[in-house]
Ligand binder design. Structure first.
Ligand code: ZN
Length: 226
């Protein structure tokens, strides 16, 4: 049976479909990945782009009122530096790579989220090492999540035994069972590094359907004003 994927993908590094394309970090080996310089060229209709913030740019005006992605583990900027970067760039959306242990603690993210209540945040790769620390914060209305990479790395899409033995599962169940956080769960795959199909299989295991994920994405871009 053909697996019909959601129309929108909130975490892409190639313009494979409609959604949110993020300029790539480092020097990728795979050809066709979107660089920061390419990113703003490809913006059109339902394809939006995010700028990956490098350490050397953290004190600069990069692009006002756009989408910025921060990756503290790779770039090693401090929470204080990120706060200043948000203040001077006033992004409409901040994407955090949450796989940043041990450089950042969960409290570092949420102090920033609370400091900018009018800014929308997307916690990408939710379910990293400290997922359970994030769960109490799900009621914050300015936070969206995607489970790109983590659902595939932790094999949540596989059989029940895999899923039930997985520390991610309880956190995802809480997010899915809360109406506030459920509508802020986005289908993000991290393609082409991770499989869009397997990521969607994992979302389906938790009862998230294609139409609902697409509606969540549309609500998301509406909220950030795109
Ligand atoms: Zn990514």
């Amino acid at each position: 049976m053909i697996l019909r994927l959601p129309r929108f993908d909130s975490h892409l590094h190639q313009a494979l479909c409609e959604g949110l394309v993020i300029g790539i970090e480092g020097n990728p080996k795979i050809s066709g990945l979107i660089s920061n310089n390419d990113a703003f060229e490809i913006r059109k209709n339902n394809t939006f782009v995010a700028w990956y913030v490098r350490k050397e740019q953290i004190q600069e005006i990069i692009a006002k009122n756009e989408i910025l992605k921060f990756h503290p583990r790779r770039e090693k900027y401090t929470p204080e530096e990120v706060v200043v970067c948000i203040e001077i760039n006033q992004p409409r959306l901040v994407i955090f790579d949450t796989l940043n242990y041990p450089y950042w603690e969960p409290s570092d993210y949420f102090e920033i989220v609370r400091k900018f209540p009018k800014t929308i945040f997307l916690l990408a790769h939710a379910g990293g090492i400290q997922m359970n620390s994030f769960v109490p914060e799900i009621i914050l209305s300015n936070v969206y999540f995607d489970f790109s990479a983590t659902m595939v790395i932790f094999e949540v899409f596989k059989n029940k035994k895999r899923r039930e033995g997985n520390f991610l599962t309880s956190a995802i169940r809480i997010l899915v069972s809360n109406p506030n956080s459920r509508k802020r769960l986005l289908f993000g795959s991290d393609a082409p590094m991770y499989s869009r199909e397997n990521t969607f299989r994992a979302y389906k295991k938790f009862g998230m359907r294609r139409q609902e994920l697409d509606a969540n994405f549309l609500g998301f871009i509406d909220e950030i004003g795109l």
